[in-house]
Design a protein around this ligand. Structure first.
Ligand SMILES: NC(=O)c1ccc[n+]([C@@H]2O[C@H](COP(=O)([O-])OP(=O)(O)OC[C@H]3O[C@@H](n4cnc5c(N)ncnc54)[C@H](O)[C@@H]3O)[C@@H](O)[C@H]2O)c1
Length: 346
């Protein structure tokens, strides 16, 4: 049904068509490469554009580029140079002082982001954060003007988060990617005895804080009209219940993040702002260490709970966050990407 009526469906969902109408849009589109690529008349190429939206400025890529290439030309791979690259882009990452947030902020910087702003609670950044910044500054291939910044803020404060987004937008003139990684986990507590205050505390950070972070970046993405990618860090605990762990507030909060992802993605799609979530399984970080180290038997137990038979490392999220933040995932929105060592498959 949908395939038989591409144009009537396409009209209302075409991000290219909507994006063209946005003020201040930077991306330009030319039908010429598509015409070359397909060997069709410009009129047919225009139809293709209406069906699949705006090509990136460096397009066509992949098989389309091969078909458009002149015989004997010497093509260069675009996959890491363009699609996965964040060259010139600006990102903000909550929870970026340590753990998964810091790892993902670093990955975005390594992928070429011109500026990455890490937002976290402590007044001053941790030693880990400072070492990462210093390491990045020595890294070959990073842009000479690349910056890695720290901002102290509480994600529960909506006004403060919006202001931070605005300040980044004013400084950088754009906002391209956001990772909402700040989160908390409270101890094993019987669901029938769960105290209201503790439940509220977890939801305040893991749900409200994630929304306020996404808003802070999303408002700037809408302001500059270049689209963008928002990545909300959920957890497999939003889709499954961790066997033998009484984490009702955490699990509830992560389910909320999954639905927030879908709702925001649907509202923001027409503005070319994509929203996806990552659901990690058990990764060894400060958060999990605080829970596992006093109960070492749990490390074996949790390791046995996935087919790979081990806990994950923070660096094993570098690829997925870079993919979601970059043009390599431009048709992906409203999705949850499970990275669990296979835990969810059992
Ligand atoms: N480690 C895991 O196994 C795992 C698994 C699934 C999901 N996650 C999620 O990944 C994210 C990062 O977890 P992590 O393991 O790196 O934990 P972590 O405790 O090492 O890092 C969390 C960061 O969030 C910050 N934070 C907490 N409250 C904040 C607030 N009010 N305002 C600003 N910053 C605040 C902390 O200061 C900390 O730097 C969390 O959302 C967590 O729920 C972790």
């Amino acid at each position: 049904m949908l395939l038989r009526q591409p144009t009537s469906l396409g009209r209302s969902f075409l991000y290219g068509a909507r994006a063209d109408a946005l003020p201040g849009r930077v991306m330009r589109f030319s039908t010429a490469p598509v015409a070359r690529m397909t060997g069709k008349s410009p009129m047919q190429a225009e139809k293709q554009r209406q069906t699949t939206g705006v090509l990136p400025p460096y397009g066509p890529v992949g098989a389309s580029a091969a078909l458009a290439a002149k015989p004997g030309s010497q093509p260069k791979s675009t996959l890491f140079e363009h699609e996965f690259s964040l060259k010139g882009k600006v990102a903000m990452v909550s929870g970026g002082n340590r753990g998964l947030g810091l790892e993902m902020a670093m990955a975005l910087a390594e992928a070429g982001a011109r500026a990455v702003y890490c937002v976290d609670l402590p007044k001053n950044p941790s030693g880990e954060w400072t070492k990462v910044k210093e390491y990045l500054s020595r890294m070959q291939g990073r842009p000479a003007d690349g910056s890695f910044e720290y901002i102290s803020a509480d994600v529960r404060n909506q006004e403060e988060m919006w202001k931070i987004g605005e300040t980044i937008g004013n400084n950088e003139g754009r906002m391209d990617a956001c990772v909402a990684a700040a989160g908390i986990l409270r101890d094993h507590t019987d669901c029938l005895e769960y105290p209201a205050r503790q439940f509220q505390d977890v939801l305040d950070v893991n749900v409200n804080g994630v929304l306020f972070t996404a808003q802070a970046a999303g408002r700037q993405m809408a302001r500059f009209g270049n689209g963008g990618s928002i990545v909300l860090i959920a957890s497999m605990s939003g889709s499954i219940t961790n066997k033998d762990h009484a984490w009702i507030s955490y699990n509830t909060s992560k389910s909320a993040v999954l639905q927030m992802t879908r709702s925001m993605a649907c509202e923001l799609g027409p503005r070319r702002i994509r929203v996806n979530s990552i659901s990690p399984g058990y990764i060894y970080t400060h958060m999990t260490a605080a829970y596992l180290d006093p109960q070492p038997h749990l490390i074996d137990e949790l390791s046995r709970s996935n087919p790979l038979g081990r806990l994950g490392r923070p660096d094993e999220l570098r690829g997925v966050v870079t993919w979601l933040a970059s043009d390599a995932s431009t048709f992906c929105t409203g999705s949850d990407i499970l990275v669990t060592g296979g835990h969810h498959a059992w």
